[in-house]
Design a protein around this ligand. Structure first.
Ligand SMILES: Cc1cc2nc3c(=O)[nH]c(=O)nc-3n(C[C@H](O)[C@H](O)[C@H](O)COP(=O)(O)OP(=O)(O)OC[C@H]3O[C@@H](n4cnc5c(N)ncnc54)[C@H](O)[C@@H]3O)c2cc1C
Length: 476
């Protein structure tokens, strides 16, 4: 994957740049020792690495504004960073850029149960948002599997989702407002503690903008009352395609489970060995969760199990206790990590119409044979958001390139069947060049014109999202 050549001019001005940054932040919040910047040379797409020029860790919106203003004046690119769990290389630096990390900004600023919102600094982790309100009977719905580590900043930038987003929607459906600093150092308040806002839907534009338009320092998030109860059912099948057809039928029937998660054999085995979740020995496994009162749970599960039985499942097991439910979810949430223990892999993130699941799973198996690379599938099946994990050997020359080509073919397949290149991980650096297969030149031009408005010098998060040839004139 190509990255632009670092600016020799910026590299030669490093001492001057560092002196200016140290005028703004305390000594321990500016890092340029190569040993320490190593921790920031990649995100969770760890196949690609590049140490940044330096790392800055502001503690407030004001410090962030002063930093961005200084970097703008010195014409130094800035890469915003939350927790660095992006699987799309969204937080990958260039050698001539400054990483601006929001990890020191993690406070809860306000909690309002009457109006059902919480205002936090953007470096706060996803899971700790629910942690701050759960004893009062509330929760924050979007639940990426990385929720223990990932920051709300990255969730907003990538419009992240999770297992329970089938019912509650993704980040954009649960975000009410942000404080965002532009590259010029202006502080913008967008949205607020209310539904919708007058004028253009700028909040909708910011959510999912991948650090291209500004640095989000604070967020107002919708919180919800915890449901009365919830129960998952495990449904095992002897083929991926049949499991896919079952998902498609459940959605068509108009039932809305809170989650429908899919795992195939390699992932089931890895997750089972890692967490002992009690998963059955099957080719494909669905975890279908419903919630509500006991009567609502029973009614929904009756409909779902009736549909599942038509597909001749080899296993159909309802959770019998909250402890068993937690164990079932523990396995699913640990699935990516479990696969990482046994193999190098690249995690894709395409979205397809749910009705296309059986066909796409069949063609992924064919591509796996064609390329000679294994694939594990684990994904949010209810909303058609697929995560094929392509297994490769990072130490074998040529394997990464083979994996990249196979990944590109799978994502093009998602577009071909009426889906798109990303469901929740974003485009980042990983899918940048594939944007040509989803958008024509005019579409890309309109999107880049939006960036021109917020960041006319194209200094924020360079070389991401837009194909290098399409953005070259602007970047240079
Ligand atoms: C094991 C594992 C499981 C995962 N599961 C899921 C999942 O279920 N669902 C899902 O959606 N994702 C998942 N992800 C991907 C990742 O966790 C999400 O994309 C997450 O939102 C990234 O958050 P982060 O704080 O780590 O952001 P980072 O990786 O630090 O950055 C991500 C992007 O956000 C931008 N950014 C960061 N901070 C700011 C800011 N303050 N202002 C503006 N832009 C900013 C960065 O420039 C970058 O483009 C998973 C990742 C891993 C490793």
């Amino acid at each position: 994957m190509q990255m632009p050549t670092a600016s020799a001019d910026i590299l030669s001005r490093k001492a001057e740049i560092m002196a200016r940054l140290r005028q703004i932040l305390p000594e321990n919040a500016v890092i340029d020792d190569p040993f320490e910047t190593k921790a920031y040379e990649c995100d969770a797409l760890s196949a690609y690495r590049c140490p940044p020029l330096a790392v800055v860790l502001p503690s407030s919106t004001e410090e962030t504004a002063a930093l961005l203003k200084a970097c703008h004046e010195m014409k130094v690119p800035v890469v915003p960073r939350g927790a660095g769990t992006s699987l799309a290389g969204g937080a990958l630096p260039t050698a001539d850029s400054i990483i601006l990390g929001v990890a020191k900004m993690a406070d809860v600023l306000e909690t309002n149960y009457a109006d059902r919102y919480i205002r936090v600094q953007s470096g706060r982790t996803n899971l700790s948002i629910t942690g701050a309100v759960e004893t009062d009977g509330f929760f924050y719905a979007p639940d990426p599997s990385s929720q223990l580590a990932c920051a709300i900043a990255g969730n907003i930038a990538m419009n992240s989702g999770g297992a329970h987003c089938l019912k509650y929607g993704v980040t954009t459906n649960n975000l009410l407002g942000v404080t965002m600093v532009t590259m010029q150092g202006e502080v913008l308040e967008i949205g607020g503690a209310h539904l919708d806002a007058a004028g253009y839907d700028l909040l909708g534009l910011i959510c999912g903008s991948e650090g291209q338009l500004g640095v989000v320092t604070e967020a107002t998030l919708r919180i919800l009352a915890k449901p009365e109860g919830a129960r998952p059912v495990l449904v095992g099948f002897d083929s991926n395609e049949v499991a896919g057809a079952c998902v498609s039928d459940i959605i068509r029937a108009g039932v809305l489970p809170v989650a429908i998660e899919f795992m195939d054999r390699p992932v089931i085995r890895a997750a089972e060995n890692f967490t002992h979740a009690g998963y059955p020995d099957v080719e494909a496994l669905l975890i279908i969760e419903v919630e509500g009162s006991e009567a609502e749970i029973k009614e929904q599960l009756d409909t779902i199990t009736k549909i599942a039985r038509k597909h001749n499942p080899v296993e159909l097991r309802e959770s019998q206790s909250p402890e068993e439910s937690a164990t079932i979810w523990k396995g699913r949430k640990a699935a990516f990590g479990a696969m990482g223990q046994i193999n190098d892999y690249m995690c894709l993130d395409g979205t397809i119409p749910v009705s296309q699941l059986p066909e796409v799973l069949r063609r992924i198996t064919a591509l796996s044979k064609q390329y000679g690379l294994g694939v594990g599938n684990v994904f949010h099946a209810g909303d058609g958001n697929m995560h094929p994990l392509i297994l490769y050997d990072a130490n074998k020359p040529g394997d990464l390139e083979k994996c990249e080509n196979m990944g590109a073919d799978i994502l093009k397949l998602c577009v071909e069947v009426g889906g798109c290149l990303t469901g929740e991980h974003g485009v980042g650096m990983e899918k940048r060049e594939l944007m040509h297969s989803q958008f024509n030149a005019e579409d890309l031009e309109v999107q880049m014109a939006v960036k021109d408005v917020f960041d006319p010098d194209w200094l924020l998060n360079p070389a991401k999202v837009f194909p290098l040839n399409a953005s070259e004139a602007r970047r240079s």
